[in-house]
Design a protein around this ligand. Structure first.
Ligand code: KIV
Length: 278
């Protein structure tokens, strides 16, 4: 069957277009089905550890989780390009082990490519993977898998040395063959300079409108999660309130014996009276 989904070269070819790339995260089949008509790319992000599993950070996410959720998302898409995150510990040891794990993700999910966090430190690995036909999206700036090393989720690029380092990261991953790069939690002028100086699309999350595309965690964007969200999140709806209202209405009706009503109840067919013999 012909692949009607947006391809990696089409995503890479967006560089320089006026219309930005639209990207969101998805972890399940129903969510992928809802989002698919509206986006260019769906990321099965390791943020699922925090969003779906209630973990404190993404470090506990493993390859099996990413593969299961990658498969679920692939069952829900018709047109979007699908990228699956490589979880912490699955790609850092060596290019060879990164290849073995990335190949499992590609084969077992059928996704279009993988994403990994890192810049100059991951350039050799990205080169190794892309030389072996694994499309790689890189992730620079704020890297959530470095949360313990960094002592929290801190905006990057405010100091000149740090800004220079992120720029070097962007150049290194581009030379290594990445087809796109996520820039997270980075100040606007650094994101703008990177976007102007590399030839692959930059996809921002908390990295200003200067990027070639934008991504958000869907559950942040729909207001599902409790607690304050980062400055860069915009809530387009508050689904948490809707779910709570629905649960309250259901609980009230069950307690008042209003649910289930006759519309939701199975009954026997009424007995048909036997015809009299004429
Ligand atoms: O894991 C994730 O959802 C991500 C996005 C925030 C880009 O990496």
């Amino acid at each position: 069957m012909e692949n009607k989904r947006i391809t990696i070269p089409e995503i890479a070819g967006h560089k320089g277009r006026t219309e930005p790339l639209v990207c969101l995260t998805a972890y399940t089949t129903p969510m992928a089905k809802i989002l698919d008509p509206y986006v260019d790319l769906l990321l099965v992000g390791d943020s699922l550890g925090m969003v779906l599993y209630g973990m404190e950070n993404t470090l506990g996410v493993d390859l099996e989780m990413m593969i299961r959720h990658g498969q679920a998302v692939m069952r829900g898409v018709e047109k979007s390009c699908v990228i699956v995150d490589m979880p912490f510990g699955s790609y850092e040891e060596s290019p060879e082990s990164a290849y073995r794990n990335a190949m499992r993700v590609m084969k077992e999910t059928g996704c279009d490519g993988i994403k990994l966090e890192g810049g100059t430190d991951m350039a050799d690995t990205i080169k190794y993977l892309t030389a072996r036909n694994i499309p790689v999206m890189a992730h620079i700036g704020l890297q959530p898998q470095s949360v313990l090393k960094d002592g929290g989720y801190k905006v990057k690029g405010r100091q000149a040395v740090e800004a220079q380092k992120i720029l070097e990261d962007a150049r290194a991953i581009e030379s290594a063959g990445a087809f796109a790069v996520v820039i997270e939690g980075t100040v606007e002028d650094v994101a703008a300079e990177i976007t102007q100086s590399i030839n692959i699309p930059t996809i921002g999350i908390g990295a200003s409108p200067a990027c070639d595309g934008q991504i958000l965690v869907t559950e942040d964007m729909i207001g599902l999660l409790e607690g304050p969200s980062p400055k860069f999140v915009k809530e387009y709806t508050n689904i948490r309130k809707d779910i709570a209202a629905a649960a309250a209405a259901y609980a009230g009706e069950v307690r008042n014996r209003k649910f289930p009503a006759t519309e939701q109840t199975y009954t026997r067919p009424k007995a048909v009276p036997a015809k009299k013999a004429s």
